[in-house]
Design a protein around this ligand. Structure first.
Ligand SMILES: [Zn+2]
Length: 112
């Protein structure tokens, strides 16, 4: 389950950030998980619960789901993912332009 290593990497980053700002607590993390990122939000949440320690012991994890987004590579037109995944005017196959990310969007920490 690669969610564990992702959570571990996330925790390391947050701990480093908290240390550099001399934070005493981290209240909440917001993470964006794309629908086609290969990350299962439920597993990610479970992994986070199991990995929580130190400054992250009471941290709330908020997950924001990001739907897959497609666009035409020539004209940039957004293409609905339930459509044929092809730009009508250009005849180009749609290109994935969002929804494959795993991004740490926000850290709410307490700095005395
Ligand atoms: Zn086009």
């Amino acid at each position: 389950m690669h969610e564990y290593s992702l959570v571990r990497a996330l925790a390391d980053r947050v701990e480093e950030e908290a240390r550099s700002r001399k934070a005493v607590a981290v209240h909440r993390l917001t993470v964006a998980i794309g629908a086609v990122s290969g990350v299962e939000p439920r597993l990610f949440e479970t992994a986070f619960t199991l990995c929580r320690e130190g400054i992250l012991a009471d941290t709330e994890l908020q997950i924001r789901r990001v739907e897959a987004a497609w666009a035409c590579p020539s004209c940039g037109q957004a293409i609905a993912s339930d459509a044929a995944l092809r730009c009508e005017p250009c005849g180009q196959a749609a290109r994935l332009c969002g929804g494959d990310e795993l991004v740490l969007e926000q850290i709410e920490m307490e700095v005395p």
